[in-house]
Write a protein that binds this ligand. Structure first.
Ligand code: BG6
Length: 478
């Protein structure tokens, strides 16, 4: 057997992409609510266009999403039917602290997560909670400037303290920030950052990043005090950068592109800023104020495990005049050169199952801590038949090829892996595009990009396939 006996198979979602009920039971407004589908989205999530109120003529998919808020029982029952051992979901910060800076939490918001957690436990499903999955209260953006302000660390500490006390003994796995490196590519979506005219964007980003890293370490410290049995991890949008050629310039560029992301985990897992990053930030004159207390907290509170999302590898080349430059493509919120050796999804993301094994090995070599794959999957257009049934062999093929490579990484390379949660086990709103059309689920949800549809749930072909994979602990992938 390649996977450990207690291997955690399951699926992953994020609050704003499925809950809906954006203004119910006292929930406050968050950055993620204000990201419209369509043309303006890219500028908004990239922090280039400030949209801190709902605007006329825009459609905001997170307001309703797939209404998990009212249908969680039905949805969790379907996850249980597939045999899930774990369900990864996130907390909407503004359900717990609607504005972010209150002293007391919103009891109604907590009650919702009580019910979700209890429903999971009832079915023997381990909850794995992402404390923030791109969520950030709008009030904290308007009043404090978001994560660029050190004060936010305190509010985050307040949030985690409430959660850890409330769910002590019930929740064994926590993640501090989803895809923490996304702040570099999509600062508004990743962390609620918007910029002023003429502002040094990179400087602000690294200031905000530093505060998030300190907040993450403090959360780790608080969890160990409140619930020493529980485990806490960091979460990276992974996918190794390949050099487009063996030219040393391309190889060097790939190393640097990888370090852009590994920097975060270097700090969260090793406990200190790596020298390459200190040098770079000093050289650019944008090194944030790292206090002695920050250094201590970072060093003493490193993560128990490293989690990441993997959808594809990426590629990079140095642009010189003497050669033709490859086309660019998208790859989970980061731009990449188009790798001619790979097929691409309908959204242009490379499909690279062996790259998954490469990434697993790279991360394990670097940190030597247990890993957890908390996102992987194929976003595709599904065409249901007259009964609403989808024959999604393309999704099964993608997942099969990736699970095979994950198995090789464990069995042949010895990577220590705790579990695997596919992205979007039920169709939900896309983070990158805001579309519903980009589907990842084993369960089809009747809803389109602009909110039309009955929200009815229907099992796809992949539903039974994944059930079999889990029942065989990854041995039966046919
Ligand atoms: C990751 C996020 O970026 O990838 C998820 O953690 C997101 O929130 C997922 O949904 C897939 O990306 P997309 O853009 O296809 O939804």
């Amino acid at each position: 057997m390649s996977f450990r006996k207690d291997f955690l198979w399951g699926g992953a979602t994020a609050a704003n992409q499925l809950e809906g009920a954006y203004n119910v039971d006292g929930r406050g407004l968050a950055n993620v609510d204000l990201s419209p589908v369509g043309e303006s989205r890219e500028a908004v999530i990239g922090g280039k266009r400030k949209m801190l109120e709902f605007e006329e003529g825009e459609f905001y998919p997170a307001k309703e999403s797939i209404d998990f808020y009212h249908r969680y029982k039905e949805d969790i029952a379907l996850f249980a039917e597939m045999g899930f051992k774990v369900y990864r979901f996130s907390i909407a910060w503004t359900r717990i602290f609607p504005k972010g800076d209150e002293l007391e939490p919103n009891e109604k918001g907590l009650e919702f997560y009580d019910k979700v957690i209890d429903e999971c436990l009832k079915h023997g499903i381990e909850p794995l909670i992402t404390i923030t999955h791109f969520d950030f209260p709008v009030h904290l953006i308007k009043e404090y400037g978001g994560w660029r302000n050190r004060k936010i660390i305190e509010f985050y500490e307040r949030l985690v303290t409430v959660l850890f006390n409330r769910y002590k003994g019930k929740v064994k796995y926590w993640l501090t920030f989803n895809e923490i490196n996304v702040i570099l590519a999509h600062p508004f979506m990743g962390s609620g950052l918007v910029f002023e005219e003429g502002e040094d964007i990179e400087k602000t980003q690294y200031l905000a990043i530093h505060h998030e890293l300190v907040a993450s370490a403090k959360a780790t410290k608080i969890l160990r005090e409140i619930d020493p049995e529980a485990k806490i991890g960091c979460m990276l949008a992974a996918g190794s950068f390949y050099p487009m050629s063996p030219r040393p310039e391309d190889v060097f560029a790939a190393m640097q592109a990888n370090r852009m992301s590994y920097f975060f985990v270097d700090v969260q897992s090793r406990g200190y800023y790596p020298s390459y990053k200190l040098k770079e930030l000093e050289r650019k004159g944008i090194l944030p104020d790292i206090t002695e207390e920050d250094k201590k907290v970072l060093r003493e509170n490193t993560v128990d495990f490293v989690s990441f999302s993997y959808y594809s590898s990426r590629a990079i080349e140095v642009n010189t005049d003497d050669k033709k430059v490859a086309d660019k493509t998208d790859s989970n919120l980061f731009a990449s050169a188009k790798n001619p050796y790979l097929d691409h999804t309908e959204w242009g993301w490379p499909i690279d199952p062996l790259g998954f094994r490469i990434t697993l090995n790279e991360i394990y070599d670097r940190y030597q801590k247990p890993l957890f794959v908390v996102e992987n999957g194929l976003g595709a257009v599904d065409e249901p038949d007259e009964n609403g049934y989808v024959e999604d062999d393309y999704r099964i093929n993608y997942l099969r090829d990736h699970i095979k490579n994950m198995k090789d990484a464990v069995e042949l390379d010895g990577v220590d892996l705790l579990g695997y949660t596919t992205w979007g086990p039920i169709d939900l709103v896309s983070a990158g595009t805001g579309e519903m059309k980009k589907r990842y689920g084993f369960i089809y949800v009747d809803r389109d990009n602009y909110g039309n549809g009955t929200l009815k749930r229907t099992k796809k072909k992949s539903f039974d396939w994944y059930k079999k994979v889990i029942a065989s602990n990854g041995e039966d992938l046919d």
